[in-house]
Write a protein that binds this ligand. Sequence first.
Ligand code: UD2
Length: 326
Amino acid sequence: MKKYVVTGGAGFIGSTIVRMLLDKQAGFGDGSVEVVDNLLTGHEHNLEEVRGRGVLNNVTLHKVDIRDGAALVPLLDGADTVFHLAAIPSVPRSIHEPVPSHEVNINGTFNVLQAAAQGKVRRVVYAASSSAYGDTEVLPKTESMAPRPKSPYAVQKLLGEYYASVFHSCFGLETVALRFFNVYGPRQDPSSPYSGVLSLFMKHLLAHTQPTIFGDGGQSRDFTYVEDVAGLCLKASRAKGCEGKMYNAGNGGRYTLNQIWDLLQKIEGVQIAAKYGPPRAGDVRDSMADTVSAATELGHAPQFTIEQGLKKTLEWYRMAEATSGV
Ligand code: UD2
């Protein structure tokens, strides 16, 4: 039986990957899934749905911090694929708390790659970040553009890509880095000021309270639905010819924050004016992925329009609020 490891598997993206790995219809369901998560930003309840499907025996949660390299070694040993999503996300958090952010995102990533190489793992799929591009002169952002990180978080995620590539060229470990573009969807935790903007927008929309938009709201993002990104991670775990490379994991569109807040109000049939605050340090102005390489080399084919993704996400928050007060 194959072994799959998902670091950060109790997070909202990681837990979506876990579910897909158990899905025979998705061409998986052929192995055990080891989740490595310290539950700093992830939650055990994100794995509840997996348990509900009666496949509990195939999923094990290991409460391990990726800063603990020695603990990773037996967990990753002999795995078919390691999906490495564990990280301390957030641009502003990396500015306010640079030390833990550095230690987890850089040292922790090194530990994962090291343990994977040592344990003869077949492939590591690494969650990189679109923040590595910084402010580019043209859109969409293509993989060949020179990186221009603007924040510690962006530097850390970029360094992880470099390490992944070098572990391939120097140690023969198959690695694929995917630059995630503002992923959103069910189970994204809205409880922290560092939470992703769409989870915060959803929370305010349902509570009928005003969200705060940092800056003029004209900044744009390529918001990508979580299932599309998770699906691409699975494709990247099996594609040929992508070893040691980096790909954009985006949707190929972009919306400003003002447009998204307008759209959400329309979907919900309410009118709530946003508050505006000062722009955030390290913030990128515009973001949009060129998806050609991911489509041609990995088979990336996003299924969800922004309207579909927002509606599904909103319904999930409504249901979660009704059942557990998320
Ligand atoms: C960056 C990366 C993203 C991912 C993420 C992980 C870019 C373009 N994207 O996302 O790919 O790696 O980091 O954390 O670098 N905002 C508000 N009000 C709020 C919260 C946020 O206006 O209450 C703004 C924020 O200033 C930014 C936008 O919303 O302009 C998106 O912020 P975010 O924290 O959701 O994600 P971002 O773009 O930093």
